[in-house]
Structure formats: structure tokens, C-alpha cells
Design a protein around this ligand. Structure first.
Ligand code: GLU
Length: 472
């Protein structure tokens, strides 16, 4: 690359569904590389496959990029807005013989493939409609031709892959690629070259599954007299069992991670480490990534997806996240689980108490729920945990409660006093209180929990438990 050349990278998703984790990881690398070099990052929507592209999927791409804060400097450019441009380039190529019309029917191509396979040859289009071969051939009536690129017959296509190192493919391996369909719609390999050239993309980074397309694209650049960008192919993301990551292994859609209770900064950090490293650093900020990101440390080997590690990282980000933000993020989740947030203590205080144990926002919402729904006091739980000694604890607490300043320290003092007065162990006091007030045997520190519930709710629930366990 010319040192004066501006770094320009792009992500070019096809809007045919969700934004896949792998595409998000590619976007993140392209973004970090551009930011590191003070360059530009561009979003392009590859929507020429009209049957599979949907507007909804376009919106999901925008939403996912926004959620991960992968801000782009140019775009979104939609390929369907650029159809006249592809047509122009195709016209020029047809005019000077770099492309030609091919009238072979599907059946004919199928027969060709079978014959080649039977001879033990690699199936490839044989160039029968190349201008020099088609002289005197009459296009079959009613057949709309496709448009093929006249690939060079000899020589090699070589590039120094930014990730994989030098790669070279012989042109004997390549056949004449279809660059536009019979309706004139460009194919991926053609549109991508015109776009990357027009958008002056300096570094094309994409998933390894595109590696076979690269020599074809380089040939197109050469035929058009354009300089190819640098190419880098990122390793696959594999599931823990070594197969390609798919839905079977958990969420693969970016927005599903949002729904599953991940913080965007945690997923961002996790994706950055998926196939790239900076020493032993596991947790780092966006700014650090921008500062450190380089292509030398992109792994050549496939990356392995590990949900436990992502959960751990998410838990770390939850611990340091602002409580008001977390409260806002879990409020609807608590309601969706049947809690009534307006009917309990301030969610921000509950978050402060609970967040250290949560690995996801959904876990945090689950634990917060305790404060926002009526306890379910099953007869069995009451019988087991609020026996005679338990009732004595509740009564003792009841007696002291009115005189207490309702804060954690005073509550703690009162509970300790009951432990000593009734000659019990701490759990023998804490568990009946927990069961009476929350319906659960395990909660964070009971004094903190009671403080949050407040005097009124605590006492009402203790009274209800006492009357429910009264002997007839
Ligand atoms: N639309 C292609 C994809 O989503 C883009 C590949 C590329 O970056 O060239 O896989």
C-alpha cells in the first residue's frame, strides 16, 4: 500500500436475515483497523439478491451496528442504488471483449459438468460462447443470455493475504465467471469489485469463506485497469465442538445477544478477542482496541467460540456499569417476568445490591424480581422454615421493628441481638426472615434485603406469615 493512501475499510453485509456474529466480528476488525489508522469505515448493503433481501433485515443491520457502536463514516450505500453504474461498467466490458453474452441453458451446462466429471476433470465452463468460439453460432431464440467475464487463460493470480500470507492460484483453475444475470443484475463478485474500487477501499477484510472469490475479483480489477486493494481473510469462528458456529450452538444473531442480556461493550470486547489478541489482555476498552489493533495479531487458525468466557466478561462489565443504566436496561425484563417495578423499592438500589452476582441482565432481572412480586409462601416451605423457633424469631423481630431506624446497620444490629437473645445460630434467624419476607431461603444479605423492602412491606409480610403458621 502506498504510505500516502488513506486507510478505507468497509463491511458489506447482505440483508437476508440477522446480522451474524461472524459478520459483526469482521465489521469490528475493519472498524478498529480504520480507527487505528485514522481512516474511514464504510457500510455497504449488498442487496442485489432481490429474492432474499428484505428491508427488515436492512434495519436489523443498522440496529446491530448501532447497538455495538460500530459507527461508520460513509454510507449506508445500497447496491440497488448503484445498478446504473454496474450496467455502465458491464457495457464497457462487453464493448471491448472483456465480457460476453453466454446463451448456454441450464441443461446444457449440467450436461457439460457431467461429461467433465465422467472424464475425471474439474467441472468448469468451457468458454463455448466466448466471442472467438462463438463465431457463426446463432443465439437460441427466446434465451436471455447471462454475462460472463473473459477470465485470462494463463498465468497466476497472487496476493499477499494480510492474514494468511502469500496465496497464488493458477488461472487454469478459474473459468469465465458470470458477472451479471440475464436480467442484468450484477453478481456478487462483479458488484463488489466495482464498489470497492469506486469507494476506494484500501483493505478488504472478510471471512475466510470468501477466499476463493478473491482471485476472481483480482482478475476483474486487472481487466478493468484498476488497482486491487489489499485483502485479508479472517479465520472462521468455530463452535466448541470444532464445527462451524451455527444456531445449534447458541445465539448467532447480534441482536439475540441483546435479548439474552448481554451488554454491548461486553460482546464488543469478546468479539475483538475472537481471532485477535494483544498479549494476555482479555478485558479492554474500545479506545485500547483502537490503539492496539493490528493485523499481525489476527490469528490464522480458526477462533473458538466460548460462551462461558463471554458470560464471565459480561459479568465483569455488569459489575462496573452504572446502576441507573442497568436499572433502565432491566426494568422491562423484570416486568416481562411478572414483576411490577412501580410496586417495589427503587430498582437502582436493587441493582446495586444484586449486580455483583449477575452474569447477564436477564440473571440480574431474575434476582431483582424478588422485590417486585408477592412471595409465594408454600405450605411446605413455611412448615419447614417457619417452625416454632422460626415463629419466635419473627415475633422477636416484630417486637423490635417499630423502634428501629430502618437502615442496614440497625437491622443488622437487631438481627444479631435476636441471635444472641434466642441462643440461635445466624441461619436459624436469617432463614425464617427470608422465607417470610421473600418466599426464598437464599437472598443477598438479609439486612440489606429488609432495608430495601422497607418497614411497611417487611412487617406486613411477617404478619401474614405469622398468621399463616398459627397453630389451630
Ligand atoms: N455480502 C458479502 C457477505 O455478506 C460481502 C463479502 C465481502 O466482504 O466481500 O458475505
Amino acid at each position: 500500500m502506498n504510505p500516502m493512501q488513506e486507510v478505507r475499510t468497509r463491511i458489506a453485509p447482505s440483508p437476508t436475515g440477522m446480522l451474524h456474529l461472524g459478520t459483526a466480528r469482521t465489521a469490528l476488525f475493519c472498524w478498529a483497523f480504520a480507527r487505528h489508522h485514522g481512516g474511514k469505515f464504510i457500510l455497504r448493503i449488498e442487496d442485489t439478491d432481490l429474492e432474499r433481501s428484505t428491508e427488515q433485515a436492512v434495519q436489523v443491520i443498522f440496529e446491530s451496528m448501532r447497538w455495538l457502536e460500530l459507527d461508520y463514516d460513509e454510507g449506508p450505500v445500497r447496491q440497488t442504488e448503484r445498478l446504473p453504474r454496474y450496467r455502465d461498467v458491464l457495457e464497457q466490458m462487453l464493448a471491448d471483449g472483456r465480457a460476453y453474452r453466454c446463451y448456454s441453458s441450464k441443461e446444457e451446462l449440467e450436461a457439460l459438468r457431467e461429461a467433465q466429471s465422467a472424464r475425471g476433470e474439474k467441472p468448469r465452463y468451457d468458454g463455448r460462447w466466448r466471442p472467438e468460439n462463438a463465431q457463426g453460432m446463432v443465439p437460441p431464440p427466446g434465451v436471455q443470455p447471462v454475462f460472463r467475464f473473459r477470465n485470462p487463460d494463463d498465468g497466476d493470480v497472487a496476493w499477499n493475504d494480510l492474514v494468511k500470507g502469500p496465496i497464488s492460484i493458477s488461472n487454469h483453475e478459474l473459468d469465465d465467471l458470470v458477472i451479471a444475470r440475464s436480467d442484468g443484475m450484477p453478481t456478487y463478485n462483479f458488484a463488489v469489485v466495482v464498489d470497492d474500487a469506486d469507494m476506494r477501499i484500501s483493505h478488504v477484510m472478510r471471512g475466510e469463506e470468501h477466499i476463493n472469490n478473491t482471485p476472481r475479483q483480482i482478475n476483474l480489477y486487472r481487466a478493468l485497469g484498476w488497482t486491487p486493494p489489499a485483502f485479508g481473510h479472517l479465520p472462521l469462528i468455530l463452535a466448541p465442538d470444532g464445527s462451524k458456529l451455527s444456531k445449534r450452538h447458541g445465539a448467532v444473531s447480534v441482536m439475540q445477544y441483546e435479548a439474552d442480556g448481554f451488554l454491548p461493550e461486553a460482546l464488543f470486547n469478546y468479539l475483538a478477542r475472537l481471532g485477535w489478541s494483544h498479549g494476555d489482555e482479555e478485558k479492554f476498552t474500545r479506545d485500547q482496541l483502537v490503539q492496539w489493533f493490528d493485523l499481525q495479531h489476527v490469528n490464522r487458525a480458526p477462533a473458538q467460540y466460548n460462551l462461558d468466557k463471554l458470560m464471565w466478561l459480561n459479568g465483569e462489565y455488569i459489575k462496573e456499569a452504572d446502576n441507573a443504566r442497568l436499572a433502565q436496561l432491566i426494568s422491562l425484563r423484570v416486568e416481562a417476568k411478572g414483576g411490577r417495578v412501580s410496586g417495589g423499592p427503587p430498582l437502582v438500589d436493587v441493582v446495586a445490591l444484586m449486580k455483583d452476582r449477575a452474569r447477564t441482565l436477564n440473571e440480574l432481572a431474575d434476582s431483582a424480581l424478588l422485590f417486585y412480586r408477592e412471595p409465594e409462601l408454600s405450605g411446605a416451605a413455611l412448615g419447614e422454615h417457619v417452625n416454632q423457633s422460626g415463629r419466635a424469631v419473627l415475633e422477636a423481630f416484630r417486637e423490635r421493628a417499630n423502634a428501629l431506624t430502618w437502615d442496614r446497620a440497625a437491622l443488622n444490629g437487631a438481627i444479631r441481638q435476636i441471635v444472641s437473645d434466642l441462643k440461635l445460630k445466624m441461619p436459624q434467624v436469617a432463614v425464617p426472615l427470608r422465607v417470610a419476607v421473600t418466599g426464598q431461603t437464599q437472598t443477598p444479605s438479609i439486612d440489606a434485603v429488609l432495608e430495601l423492602f422497607g418497614r411497611e412491606t417487611t412487617l406486613a409480610r411477617i404478619d401474614a406469615t405469622l398468621s399463616a403458621t398459627e397453630f389451630p
